[in-house]
Design a protein around this ligand. Structure first.
Ligand code: AVI
Length: 321
């Protein structure tokens, strides 16, 4: 099996879904070099991301969890009980599990790229909730959403929390939501999605450049993963983490910046980087309420309901097919 995660994540080093080499080489060879954020999530990267979620500066995870805790009854009233809960990029499955009591899903389908991580999480969860049938799926849902027949077609609820949609560029985000909409075979399903809202630049930038340097380690770790995947010779010590808010595009940008002039080699090629030259690694778009409604409508959803935290830093939206 192959696994996949909530955002454009890559295969864990232990279990690849596809050949990442061509994509990585294309990105490293581009005039403005880039590495897809899906390559953050090897085994160490997944752990670093979990650590990020616990950081005082990284407000999204706990803010979203508080929204589920406060509004789960209203969410269950909107969604209805007994859904087929399809958790896109389930990771440790904690967010979905926090809604099991209210939603009482008839089937839980966690989807993730990190095969081992997914199966470990589901084992523990199945012991806690023996009455909920669980069907873990290892697939790269960022490019296709064809679900196997084992996934119940009735009352599907796609769950996409964590503002992972923000890691796509706007066109990809719309295409992704349209794929989700097409995977709803009837008019009865929907999507429950968590999205980070536009806010003060200092709050945003601190969340992506924390005092302990965990996000820096997460960003730099992608170089180790790339070395493993394509046999490159990146030295993380030659690079520094750069994260800033680009207000024009409503997005955090993460880059890796060369600390000195250097050459990186991989089988069959090499590339010179000048001091200060950057490799783009991630966008994390932030949304307004209007952005969210517009996107969901354009993707073919309707009847949107939204819930917020007291500071209006984060939104959870339910939209129907
Ligand atoms: C997974 N994704 C929604 C995170 C985000 O906030 O964009 C990834 C992340 N990158 C740096 N910190 C967290």
């Amino acid at each position: 099996i192959c696994a996949d995660h909530r955002q454009p994540r890559a295969e864990a080093s232990s279990g690849h879904c596809s050949q990442p080499g061509a994509e990585l080489v294309a990105g490293l060879s581009a005039r403005e070099a880039y590495i897809s954020p899906k390559y953050f999530y090897d085994a160490l990267g997944s752990k670093l991301f979990e650590a990020i979620c616990d950081l005082p500066e990284y407000y999204p995870t706990r803010t979203e969890a508080a929204i589920y805790a406060s509004h789960q009854d209203a969410m269950a009233a909107a969604v209805g009980t007994g859904c087929t809960l399809i958790d896109l990029g389930a990771g440790n499955c904690a967010k979905a599990a926090s809604l099991f009591g209210a939603l009482q899903p008839r089937q839980y389908v966690p989807v993730d790229i990190s095969t081992d991580f997914l199966h470990q999480s589901v084992q523990g969860l199945q012991r806690r909730f023996p009455d909920i049938p669980m069907q873990p799926l290892a697939m790269d849902f960022s490019s296709t959403l064809t679900l196997p027949p084992e996934v119940n077609a009735q009352q599907r609820l796609f769950f996409y929390p964590g503002s992972s949609l923000g890691n796509f560029d706007p066109q990809q985000a719309l295409a992704f939501l349209r794929r989700v909409r097409s995977a709803l075979p009837s008019e009865e399903g929907g999507i429950l999605i968590g999205l980070d809202l536009v806010k003060d630049t200092h709050v945003l930038e601190a969340a992506y450049d924390d005092a302990l340097g965990v996000t820096a380690a997460f960003n730099l770790n992608v170089l180790k993963h790339v070395n493993e995947l394509i046999g490159a010779d990146f030295n993380a010590r030659d690079w520094r983490h750069v994260a800033f808010y680009n207000a024009r595009f409503q997005r955090i940008e993460m880059h890796l910046e060369a600390r000195r002039d250097l050459i990186v080699r991989w089988p069959g090629a090499r590339r010179t980087f000048r001091q200060g030259e950057r490799i783009h690694t991630e966008y994390s778009h932030k949304f307004s309420e209007q952005d969210i409604l517009g996107l969901l409508e354009q993707a073919g959803f309707g009847g949107c309901r939204m819930w917020f935290d007291a500071r209006r830093w984060f939104a959870v939206c339910y939209a129907q097919a």
